[in-house]
Design a protein around this ligand. Structure first.
Ligand code: CA
Length: 223
């Protein structure tokens, strides 16, 4: 497994190269977006770990250019605790995020999940059964019917589709879609999921979003 790491902060870069290397992963570390694009054109990476805040080309632009020629899973590292960054990243098709500072074990766990999940998740059209979501054209359809979603509902559905069969806690959803920590109150997530279900599940014969009592939700096809 070969990973492209794009990080301009030397101490973070060194720390990650060492840690990932010790876990059997080959890491090419570059410090700028321009170098990343150059490496990506020449090497078939299994994953890119991209810092959002880079000199020159930012992480979003680097992801766009790296993916112009071939599919590539992307994990973002961000110091920014802005909601827009999270939503934008999900819409652009990032596979996951970590907000700095993060623990190495957390990074390694997420890297392993992404590598396991493989490349089929890089599609820009995500589907489950008769439901499809086109990330680039921002279109959602089920059974041939167009469904209109708000920005947050779209981000939420994108997350569910990219992580099908994975149980997602309300806390994780809150963090990924809203960039908020609702340790006590995850009502915002419940309300949003209810609205999403009313649009994508309830009018149809079967449901794809299922509640995992006391924990969160899972998207999957059930007989
Ligand atoms: Ca940076």
């Amino acid at each position: 497994m070969r990973i492209l790491l794009v990080e301009d902060e030397a101490h973070v870069g060194e720390y990650l190269v060492k840690g990932l290397g010790e876990n059997g992963l080959v890491v090419d570390w570059v410090r700028s977006g321009v170098d990343a694009v150059h490496h990506g054109a020449n090497v078939d990476y299994d994953l890119a770990i991209l810092d959002v805040g880079l000199p020159g080309l930012d992480g979003w632009e680097v992801m766009k250019r790296l993916r112009a020629t071939r599919p590539l899973p992307v994990l973002f590292l961000t110091a920014r605790d802005r909601v827009e960054d999270r939503v934008r990243g999900l819409e652009l098709g990032a596979d996951d995020y970590l907000v700095k500072p993060f623990s190495f074990s957390e990074l390694l766990a997420r890297v392993r999940v992404i590598l396991r999940r493989g490349r089929q998740q890089d599609a820009t059209v995500l589907t489950i059964g008769d439901l499809s979501l086109d990330v680039l054209r921002r279109r959602v359809e089920r059974a041939g019917q167009r469904i209109e979603l708000t920005v947050k509902e779209f981000a939420l559905l994108t997350l569910f589709l990219r992580r099908q069969t994975e149980v997602l806690s309300r806390t994780l959803i809150a963090e990924l879609v809203w960039e908020m920590h609702f340790d006590r109150d995850t009502n915002v997530v419940e309300v949003a999921v209810r609205r999403l279900r009313a649009k994508v599940d309830e009018p149809f014969a079967s449901s794809y979003i299922h509640t995992v009592r006391g924990f969160g939700y899972v998207m999957e096809q059930r007989a």
